[in-house]
Structure formats: C-alpha cells, structure tokens
Ligand binder design. Structure first.
Ligand SMILES: NC(=O)c1ccc[n+]([C@@H]2O[C@H](COP(=O)([O-])OP(=O)(O)OC[C@H]3O[C@@H](n4cnc5c(N)ncnc54)[C@H](OP(=O)(O)O)[C@@H]3O)[C@@H](O)[C@H]2O)c1
Length: 265
C-alpha cells in the first residue's frame, strides 16, 4: 500500500497513465500529482497537450512529471517494447502504479468490420494492456505496486449497439484484470474502473453527439448527470491505495448500468 505521507520526496510513488495528455487520463494524472505522486504522462498524438500538462505540474513541484510518447503498437515489436520499458523505468527509477487508460472507440456495424479496425480496437483496449503489464511486472513487483484498468460498463453483458469490436475488446480487458489479479497476487494488485458516460466525445471528433442526444443520455442516468473525469480519477486513486482489494471492478456510472439495455452511449 502506498502511504505518500510517510515518504521522503525521492521515495514518492510513480504512476504511469497511458493516453493521459487529456480527458480522463489527464484527470487521473492531475489527481495523482495532487496527492504527491510523481507521474509519467504517456501520449501518442497529443504531444503538445502532454508537455503543457507536465510543465504545469513541474511548476507546482519540480521534477515530478515527465512525458513519454509512443504508439502502443510498439508492443508488437520486442525491441521497441523493451525500449519503452527502459524509458518508463529510467524516468524516475521505479514504477508503482500502471494505469491502462489509452483507448480507441468507434462503431463497427456488422457488415462493415475490417481487420484494421479489429487490430486497432483490440490493440488499444486489450492487447497493449496485456503486453505492457507483462513487460512492467518485474518493476511493479519490486514496489509491491498495482495495475488499474479503464474498462466500460458495456463490457458487462450490456453491449453497446453497433460497437461489437469495442465491446469484445473491453470484455477481454475485463477478463485480463481478473486473470492477472489471480496470477500476480500477492505481489501486485490488479483492478478496474468501469465508466458509464464520464466525458462526452470531443465536439470536433467524429463521435460528437448533438444536444438532443446528450439530454437523452442524462435522462437515462439515475444520478441525472454525465459523470466527470474527476469521478473516475477518485476511483483510480482509491484503488491505488486499497491494499486488500484485487480483481475488483468499480462501476463509476451514476447508476447507468441499471437502466441500460444496450443502445446509445
Ligand atoms: N469517455 C467516457 O465516458 C468513457 C466511457 C466508458 C469507458 N471509457 C474508458 O475510459 C478510458 C478513457 O476514456 P477517454 O474518453 O478519456 O479516452 P480517449 O480520449 O478516447 O483516449 C485516450 C487516449 O488514448 C490514446 N490512444 C489511442 N490510441 C493509441 C495508440 N495506438 N497508442 C497510444 N495511445 C493511444 C490517445 O492518445 P493521443 O491523444 O496522445 O493520441 C487518447 O488521447 C478509455 O479506456 C475508455 O475506453 C471512457
């Protein structure tokens, strides 16, 4: 268990969050940093945002935030994966918490699915979390650390209509959490957080949804609001310290899974 209040500055725990230049990943990074963690912001395309976030955090406490850029496709090449692992571990000399947050999310209506979509959705939502976890396990074990995965309430027998490949990938990721939790205990804990609708797709993205649709989503959520990235970050930070919890998945969805019958996000 990480007790940041008892640690010398150079012993503060280190958290890596994949895909954390913006949105939910950035909220996890900020919440962890506020609680005294040193943080590694991983990004692929969002280099400027990642560097701005790191600069902001380093202004608060020098040398506590760093950026690593990589397409998670590196996991398909052992040399590139080894280099990534070395980059992660050499940044602060240790790794305590690994958060799998990076993801691709788009519909794949049946009849249109191609293998490039399969590869991309499975890579980001299932395969990379497995191979990154495997490669970083020795370092996490040294720290008696933990892994936390961003899952989805749609991976729990409530498939999201027309998102078959994404649903399959997140369901595989959920089983990865449970399988790994069993295999790497007692040294490393592995848990998941399943958001409902915790941040809408960016307005300029191809997944953007109109106001009408947003209102229908809110109406379907018992708590009657879209969640926030900070709601997710709180659950991640809780799991990072919860020394007797492993193999667990916390839904952070305002109760949406209770009313969900598949369909729209
Ligand atoms: N948004 C929600 O309400 C919601 C609902 C259910 C589940 N979730 C889950 O929660 C997590 C965070 O959600 P989000 O909406 O904040 O995520 P997001 O914005 O869709 O994606 C997060 C990051 O993933 C990175 N990424 C994508 N493909 C990558 C690749 N090949 N290599 C490296 N990085 C890659 C991107 O980094 P760059 O920008 O640097 O390219 C992106 O910024 C995801 O796992 C998502 O499935 C979210």
């Amino acid at each position: 268990m990480i007790d940041t209040t008892r640690l010398e500055p150079n012993e503060t725990p280190v958290m890596l969050v994949t895909g954390s230049a913006k949105r939910i990943g950035a909220a996890i990074i900020e919440a962890a940093h506020t609680r005294g963690y040193r943080v590694i912001i991983h990004c692929h395309h969002s280099k400027i945002k990642a560097q701005m976030l790191a600069a902001k955090l380093n202004d608060v406490r020098p040398n506590t935030a760093a950026v690593i850029m990589a397409d998670l496709a590196i996991i398909n090449d052992s040399d590139l994966l080894n280099q990534f692992v070395q980059d992660v571990v050499s940044t602060f000399g240790q790794l305590d918490v690994l958060v799998h947050n990076a993801s691709r999310f788009y519909p794949t209506p049946i009849g249109t699915i191609d293998s490039a979509q399969w590869d991309e959705l499975l890579l980001t939502n299932a395969k990379a979390p497995l191979f990154l976890s495997q490669a970083l396990l020795p370092y996490l074990k040294q720290q008696q650390g933990c892994i936390i995965s961003l899952l989805d309430i749609h991976a729990q027998n409530k498939p999201f209509n027309s998102y078959t490949v994404y649903n399959m990938a997140k369901a595989a990721h959920q089983m990865l959490v449970q399988s790994l939790a069993l295999e790497v205990a007692p040294d490393i804990r592995v848990n998941g957080v399943a958001p409902g609708v915790n941040i809408l797709p960016d307005a300029d993205s191809d997944q953007a949804i109109d106001l009408d649709h947003q209102q229908r989503i809110v109406a379907s959520i018992p708590i009657q609001r879209v969640g926030t990235p900070e709601d997710i970050a709180e659950a991640v930070l809780f799991l990072a310290k919860a020394s007797y919890i492993t193999g667990e998945i916390i839904n952070v969805d305002g109760g949406r899974r209770l009313t969900l019958a598949g369909g729209t996000r």
